[in-house]
Design a binder for this molecule. Sequence first.
Ligand code: FDA
Ligand code: NAD
Length: 434
Amino acid sequence: YLFPNCFKYLILGGGVAAGYAAREFSKRGVKPGELGIISEESVAPYERPALSKGYLFPRNPSRLPQFHVCVGSGGERLGLNWYEEKGIELILNTKIVKTDLKSKTLTSEDGSVFKFGTLIIATGSGVVKLSDFGVKGDQAKNVLYLRDVKDADKVVEAMKAKKNGKAVVVGGGYIGLEVGAVLRQNNLNVTMVYPGHWCMSRLFTKEIAEFYERYYTSKGIKLVKETSVIELEADPNGEVKKVKLKNGRELEADVVVVGVGARPATGLFQGQLEMNKGGIKTDGLFKTSVNDVYAIGDVAWFPMKIYNERRRVEHVDHARKSAMKAVEAIMEQEKVVEVYDYLPYFYSRVFDLSWQFYGDNVGERTVMFGNRNLVVKKPKFGCYWIKDGKIMGAFLEGGDSEENKAMQNLAWNQPKVDDLRELEDKGLSFAFNY
Ligand code: FDA
Ligand code: NAD
């Protein structure tokens, strides 16, 4: 590998999974010059979750280099100098526009060609746009999406420029709830719009959502549910001032932040790799259908051993762990490597609240426990999902690390529940038996 742009191992993408993969390669003795990372972004891999939280705080906001990987999981912070020291080539500001897995080459926007021995695809997700649903006007300069640092800088600028102004947040999922909260903390007048009967409907039950909706309302955030945006009307300066809804309402806006979902960034590999619903099919070691090509993080459609079915996961914990597993498989070719055995873990933090969820939110019924009253200083409550009499999912708001660990164990062990009344009565303490 003496030629320029030619790597024994090449990672496409410079996000969370790429950063954790680089650390694992280094731990496992990759030699200087063997590993390259190509990223469209202009900075070294960082912990993306910061962008919708600490990055937008009104006081002492996080800024790079503070949240480069691997600080999000309590590890060492890998700045540019770390890559240099290890002889890992970080090729930034470089967008790959063409790939050819047969000739093992990637071509960038400016025509540079990169050759690999083994490729790891870690391209993550792109935002779903309102224009994808046929909504007009999302090109306006005050309509913002959030995926990378550049996007987050635009939100910061908008919060400064529109001080005390009106923000419309479109979407009631992760981005909507996190950005809606932090915009309010920045003193904007926030209205959230989403089509569901309640927020975060892909995870929350009606009862869980009801708590967060009451909390948001108590903070002065207006919620407009069960409708969606049909048009963003711009003024002659190209700024959206009016958000038109399907139900006939019109909302005034100084800034619009949109979080209506993400889509795996796999377009470069269409027709070259086996895929499903946009995800790249892998085995339990993240090998794709083509030799020497691996896929990790958001893009991987992998066998989730615990539930005996394939899934894609768009969360940071999986990005980290899938990266480490794939690198282990690549570097330990001669040894037997245990397949990935993953328990889904999602979390969020907004205002003074913080929840964690482990497992699968499926089953015939749910059992709520704890105190969801807003008047208590620190609400602590949770929910168990029960399928075929077994606990499959466990959610906890306001838990400490031991309590969250107990939730994790419960979801992992899936105990059978004979008496639902007893489960309800015991609530959180039930989890400490496992
Ligand atoms: P990731 O998106 O991190 O990285 C992909 C990289 O590939 C990017 O650097 C991109 O520029 C690059 N790339 C893509 N195509 C390219 C091309 N053609 N050429 C060159 N480079 C290319 N999860 C969670 O569990 N808890 C949380 O709190 C949050 N919070 C959160 C906030 C925000 C604002 C976002 C957007 C996402 C989250 N997430 C999250 C989700 C989590 O961040 C996400 O699942 C991981 O970042 C996925 O890691 P990947 O490395 O797969 O993609
Ligand atoms: P999401 O899938 O969580 O939420 C999308 C929301 O948009 C849903 O409420 C949905 O009902 C709504 N929606 C769909 N179509 C709509 C429309 N036409 N008009 C209005 N609302 C519409 O996606 P997201 O919140 O955009 O997050 C993007 C990505 O970032 C995801 O991969 C997510 O996992 C990740 N993320 C995760 C976290 C976390 O884990 N804490 C935080 C931020 C982002």
